[in-house]
Design a protein around this ligand. Structure first.
Ligand SMILES: NC(=O)c1ccc[n+]([C@@H]2O[C@H](COP(=O)([O-])OP(=O)(O)OC[C@H]3O[C@@H](n4cnc5c(N)ncnc54)[C@H](OP(=O)(O)O)[C@@H]3O)[C@@H](O)[C@H]2O)c1
Length: 228
């Protein structure tokens, strides 16, 4: 398989870090961190592979623009973009009517506007045939919607809508856009009771990301299409 140029947001821990480790064995990978020190530590710990980092806060346009300029020193085009960076403020038992606007706006800024900002800044570097994978969540699935975690749920449902819209708009440029749920994964966000290790989840994500018949405008988990 031809080596791809891949950009992953939030690559210093959790699912993003797992993607960096797996993909950098065979591909050129640039990942983002908020803290330079964490970028250095990640590079040292994964050792001897094709990966580098840029400092980027997906909640700040200026930070994204500076990072993308730096990234162009490593690679002049991007074949696969993973919008992975995200937050979950633990509000599992907080009813919608008691959720603060601050919580909703903060989560929306990172989980929904973050991917849009990154795509706006990077899409001009994406050639025909390139792929965008937004990491969403089953908690944003309308079909299975439950109570609690209003801010997180809204942010991921909106990310799914953004995915669908972009999959239509970017089809003219032959760029495919999908949104995926990684499963329940043992990370700082998912907690230690989660059903999947980072390795188990990211192996499935990588298989999907590199598959020949890549879909467009779908919501998937482990390569299986989910209802919205
Ligand atoms: N774990 C699960 O079970 C699960 C399930 C469904 C969906 N997901 C989704 O999968 C993605 C990754 O989750 P995870 O479990 O790996 O989470 P995690 O371990 O908490 O890691 C989150 C990553 O996002 C970065 N990040 C947070 N805010 C950012 C910002 N403003 N700008 C740039 N980077 C930022 C963090 O950087 P810092 O280290 O600097 O904070 C970190 O690298 C998220 O989108 C999440 O919603 C996870």
């Amino acid at each position: 398989m031809k080596s791809k140029n891949i950009f992953i947001t939030g690559g210093n821990r959790g699912i993003g870090r797992g993607l960096v480790e797996l993909l950098s064995a065979d591909h050129n990978v640039v990942f983002s961190v908020r803290d330079k020190q964490k970028g250095e530590e990640t590079i040292q710990n994964i050792g001897g592979v094709q990966a580098s980092y840029v400092v980027m806060d997906v909640n700040e346009n200026e930070s994204i623009n500076i990072a993308v300029k730096k990234m162009k020193n490593q690679m002049d085009s991007i074949d696969i973009l993973f919008n992975n960076a995200g937050i979950l403020i633990p509000e599992y038992d907080v009813p919608a009517i008691e959720t603060s606007e601050d919580s909703i706006l903060e989560t929306f800024g990172i989980n929904t506007l973050g991917p849009l900002r990154v795509i706006k800044s990077i899409v001009k570097l994406m050639p025909k045939g390139s792929r965008i994978i937004n990491i969403s969540s089953g908690m944003g699935q309308l079909d299975q919607m439950e109570g609690g975690s209003l801010a997180y749920r809204l942010s991921k449902t909106a990310l799914n809508a953004l995915t669908k819209i972009l999959s239509v708009e970017l089809s003219e440029d032959e760029i495919k856009v999908n949104t995926i749920c990684p499963g329940w994964v043992q990370t700082d966000m998912g907690g230690s009771n989660a059903t999947l290790t980072v390795k188990e989840s990211t192996e499935k994500i990588v298989k999907f990301a590199l598959m020949d018949k890549f879909p467009n405008g779908r919501f998937l988990r482990h390569g299986e299409v989910l209802p919205w």
